[in-house]
Design a protein around this ligand. Structure first.
Ligand code: SAH
Length: 352
């Protein structure tokens, strides 16, 4: 049994069951044994691969999309270009390179990263040395906010509730025979889930993300007060449906309670909560990633890059384009939503 699992087993044995959110928070951000404290998760040698690591085209198009939004909003003089959970810093590096030619954009921006992992902060500083780092969104300076979040919200701890006849039973982590196991709490009504009584039946599972509404509200307030826009990418749907908690270790699925701190834990994102919490900011239609990238011209960019490639490099480039956009790959599974101020148009590639 790994060290963190032993700590959690002892804690549950003496204090009682933990919510899944409490378990996820320990497994991901425990300062000594947590996943983000100990692992270098992203890329071929890590546990999972993300869109910016598949192709430079992803970061380039997102950078250009935000630069065009900046132009459309009258080129505000000093802006915050923020990224939540920037991973290895690849997306921002590609976005900055692609927007170098946009007159005035680089003079106006300062990059701010929200990042919990010391290992990943170090990776980010290699690619974006002039960034400033934050542990909470609240310390990012108040200014027109141009924000990117790719696969950030799926890493936030979730709680799970199973529908009972008239209320909900929380799915919790308990200890059986000295090891971690899932169990259900006693049924209780839950006002926060009243709106889900109509579209669920007994036995259905609904997930909530306790820290998400405040983060989205902060983005929405800043975008509304100062201008700017947020582009949020993740896997998920308009409403959370079912048990989506998953653990990935070395590119394979594993049981979420098997090796806490050694596997990445994620859950699908509930985009409705992101959109509604961001009020008074407006939100775009939830759009498949493939559609969004096609509208921004990924095929033209792919052809341009292909013209200087051949052999294996060309085959890898064609496969990367397909992987990002094709409905059977990431094109449909991943969705994009924008938050933007009342009175402004949504960023290019998105509509209301
Ligand atoms: N956007 C990157 C990485 C996605 S992985 C990419 O597309 O490659 C999730 C990222 O969010 C990592 O950088 C992780 O360290 C960070 N992260 C996860 N939980 C966090 C939290 N609570 N606060 C700040 N950063 C967090």
């Amino acid at each position: 049994m790994n060290a963190l699992k032993e700590i959690l087993v002892r804690r549950i044995a003496s204090l009682g069951p933990m919510t899944i959110a409490e378990y996820m928070a320990e497994a991901l951000v425990h300062p000594k044994y947590g996943y983000y404290a100990t692992q270098n998760p992203i890329g071929a040698g890590g546990d999972f691969i993300t869109a910016p690591e598949i192709s430079q085209m992803f970061g380039e198009l997102i950078g250009l999309c935000l630069a065009q939004t900046w132009l459309d909003q009258g080129q505000p003089a000093q802006i915050t270009l923020a990224e939540l959970g920037p991973g290895r810093g690849t997306l921002m590096q590609d976005a900055l390179r692609a927007t170098r030619a946009v007159p005035g954009f680089h003079d106006a921006l300062q990059v701010h990263f929200l990042e919990v992992s010391p290992t990943l902060r170090n990776e980010q500083s290699k690619r974006v040395p002039n960034a400033q780092w934050h542990s909470a969104i609240s310390t990012i300076p108040e200014a027109p906010l141009f924000l990117i979040a790719n696969e950030f919200f799926d890493a936030l701890p979730i709680r799970q509730f199973e529908r009972d006849k008239s209320g909900w039973r929380e799915r919790v982590v308990t200890v059986d025979d000295g090891t971690l196991n899932f169990a259900l709490s006693s049924p209780a009504p839950l006002a926060a889930l009243n709106h889900r009584l109509d579209d669920t039946k007994p036995g259905d599972i609904v997930e909530t993300c306790p820290t998400l509404p405040a983060i989205s509200a902060e983005i929405g307030r800043r975008v509304s007060e100062h201008g700017g826009a947020a582009l949020i990418f993740d896997y998920g749907d308009w409403r959370s449906q079912g048990d989506t908690l998953q653990a990935l270790r070395e590119h394979s699925a594993t049981h979420p309670l098997e090796t806490p701190g050694q596997a990445d834990l994620t859950a699908h994102v509930d985009f409705e909560t992101i959109a509604v919490s961001a009020s008074p900011a407006r939100y775009s239609l939830l759009t498949p990633q493939g559609v969004f990238l096609e509208r921004l011209g990924i095929t033209a960019r792919a052809q341009q890059l292909a013209s200087s490639l051949d052999g294996e490099a060309l085959a890898a480039h064609i496969a990367a384009h397909r992987r990002l956009t094709h409905p059977a790959e990431m094109g449909n599974l991943f969705k994009c939503i924008a938050l933007f101020p009342e009175g402004s148009a949504p960023p290019p590639g998105l509509e209301i």
